[in-house]
Design a binder for this molecule. Structure first.
Ligand code: SF4
Length: 133
């Protein structure tokens, strides 16, 4: 985090003090959580996909459909433990999967959150399935 190279831009900035191209700091920021029933059917399945939308992004796509979240950075800061709890809540709500939207810039913290969730009762990480329709 003190010389960020999480993504291929390799900004080498200290994210505790400065911003790189993605404008993300050293805390996770999320712009939305939902049990999303309108992804592609193979992702949403019967119960919906457990989406977590991360604020800010390293890609800056011109036609991003989540512009307010990814480019304007709408959202709030959360701790790793809260992200783990959000994943567990999605599981309780019977989400078919955990769907991380624009996660790359927080990859290190997401790994920590999955480890915490696994210590509780998180079951998705060893259950990768591909279902073609
Ligand atoms: S995650 Fe952000 S700060 Fe880090 S290298 Fe990528 S664009 Fe730069």
């Amino acid at each position: 985090m003190d010389k960020c190279t999480i993504c291929p831009h390799k900004c080498m900035v200290d994210r505790t003090k400065n911003f790189g191209r993605c404008k993300a700091g050293d805390k996770i920021e999320i712009g939305g959580i939902s049990l999303h029933k309108f992804e592609e059917p193979c992702i949403s399945g019967k119960n919906g996909s457990g989406t977590i939308f991360f604020s800010k992004c390293n890609l800056n796509c011109v036609f991003c459909q989540n512009y307010e979240i990814s480019n304007l950075g709408n959202g709030r800061k959360i701790e790793v433990e809260e992200l783990a709890d959000i994943m567990l809540k999605e599981q309780e709500n019977k989400a078919e999967n955990i769907n991380l939207v624009s996660p790359t810039i927080y990859a290190d913290k997401i790994i920590e959150a999955i480890k915490i969730a696994k210590q509780k009762r998180f079951k998705y990480t060893n259950n990768i399935q591909y279902k073609w329709i």
